[in-house]
Write a protein that binds this ligand. Structure first.
Ligand SMILES: Nc1nc2c(ncn2[C@@H]2O[C@H](COP(=O)(O)OP(=O)(O)OP(=O)(O)O)[C@@H](O)[C@H]2O)c(=O)[nH]1
Ligand SMILES: [Mg+2]
Length: 409
């Protein structure tokens, strides 16, 4: 499909199809070269006049037969018309943004949709493209504005002495906002969705960590052997399980290292435990470094016939496959808790940078013991949020909102 967007769209369509069809109706038309009159293709054409289109400009669509030479001939014919040129990558979306048809976060969602590979990536991208983040940000904006309005009122209606003594430290509205921003920042990011939740497999040497990784990855990603201390470096295996991306991370067995190389491996293992979203712990349940984040596994269930230890989650054997289905089910259940739910937003690095700035300004506002300073901090917080949606015109928004609060001065 060849799409033409811009003020010349109708003229271009008429030049090739010989007439202008009714708006928003698919019509069969012969396309001719505007100069030579040569027949180029039998196509289906549509026109979308006005500003209610995807790009916010008049749009024409030429649904042509897909042969490369057909497309080239139609593009060539369009190129001979004054004012028409080939679109840059992303230019339609860019125009949609510039014409106010979508905000920056929605445009990012669209771009994520184009590269989504797993179900959870698709869902998160769809939520972003559908304006989910934009709506959350708008809600925060409104609430910060409401607090600002209260401050303005306090400044306007109290005498100077009072203003100095008041502060926002106890404002429940502000406290709630800070908590919500912290929670949003605490959730896994879009990057986590794309690169996969980090599942770190850890425990003592020879526990069967690498064997478990290989089983879950469905390939021999890591070397296994009966020699304790086989794995010395971090081994990462990206895998899709249950429609979500996971990055399985195998680590060196945790013990007093026998040599310098192993010591570095153990150090790396501990560091990757810190960065884990989920830990699969194959050691004594009592030694588990972070129970809340961990699935505690009793490995080698075919050899170790003891019943499930207290505080362990399940018995698993990489040899016979025993317990593996349960492990996968548990892993998927855990990941559901960490990944954004349907329609819930996941933030990317750019969003998070702005959210962090916003949060810092809100905290500063809480601590400020001068209302004028607090008010300025809130303004900065709003500006940081504006960067997420790429919206300018804060002052305009301020006007409408303060108007609603009827400060009356
Ligand atoms: N019978 C049985 N043997 C297993 C099982 N899992 C692993 N093994 C064996 O146990 C030995 C150690 O397995 P690895 O997967 O290399 O153990 P590891 O925890 O990665 O060991 P290091 O890398 O040295 O810390 C190998 O000989 C495996 O074949 C299991 O579930 N059942
Ligand atoms: Mg290993």
């Amino acid at each position: 499909m060849v799409r033409v967007s811009g003020p010349g769209a109708d003229a271009a369509l008429e030049a090739l199809a010989g007439r202008l069809p009714e708006p928003r109706r698919a019509v069969a038309a012969e396309l001719h070269h505007p100069q030579t009159g040569e027949l180029l293709d039998n196509a289906l054409v549509l026109r979308f006049p006005g500003t209610g289109t995807a790009t916010g400009e008049p749009v024409a669509e030429l649904h042509v037969h897909g042969g490369r030479s057909v497309v080239a001939a139609v593009l060539g014919a369009l190129g001979t018309l004054p004012g028409l040129r080939g679109a840059q990558p992303g230019e339609f979306t860019r125009r949609a943004f510039e014409n106010g048809r979508m905000d920056l976060s929605e445009a990012e969602g669209l771009s994520d949709l184009l590269t989504a590979e797993t179900e959870s990536q698709r869902r998160a991208a769809l939520a972003l493209a559908g304006g989910a983040l934009g709506r959350v940000v708008q809600d925060w904006q409104d609430r910060i504005l409401a607090i600002s309005a209260q401050i303005e009122a306090a400044i306007d209606f109290s005498d100077e002495a009072d203003v100095d003594e008041q502060n926002l430290g106890h404002s429940p509205m502000l406290k709630k906002l800070v908590l919500e921003l912290e929670a949003t920042l605490g959730r896994p990011s879009v990057e986590r969705l794309r690169d996969g939740l980090r599942v770190v497999i850890a425990g003592p040497p020879n526990a069967g960590k690498s064997s478990l990784l290989n089983w879950l990855a469905g390939r021999q990603a890591a070397i296994t052997s009966a020699v304790a201390g086989t794995t010395r470096d971090i081994v990462e295996a990206p895998t899709a399980i249950g429609g979500s991306a996971f990055l399985l991370v195998d680590t060196a067995g945790l013990r007093e290292a026998g040599d310098e190389v192993e010591a570095i491996g153990v150090e790396r293992a501990r560091a990757s435990l810190d960065a884990a979203d989920i830990v699969m712990w194959l050691g004594d349940p009592a030694d588990c470094p972070d129970r809340a984040r961990s699935i505690v596994i009793q490995p080698k269930a075919d050899l170790d016939l003891r019943p499930l230890l207290p505080d362990a989650d399940l018995r698993v054997s990489a040899e016979t496959g025993e317990g593996m289905n349960e492990l996968v089910t548990l892993l998927i259940a855990r990941s559901r808790r960490l990944l954004p739910k349907e329609g819930e937003v996941a933030t990317n690095k750019r969003h998070r940078d702005s959210l962090r700035e916003c949060l810092a300004s809100l905290r500063e506002a809480q601590l400020a013991n001068d209302l004028l300073i607090a008010s300025e901090c809130l303004r900065q917080a709003r500006a940081a949020l504006d960067r997420i949606t790429g919206r300018a015109g804060v002052e305009h928004m301020l006007d409408t909102l303060f108007g609603r609060f009827c400060i009356g001065k």
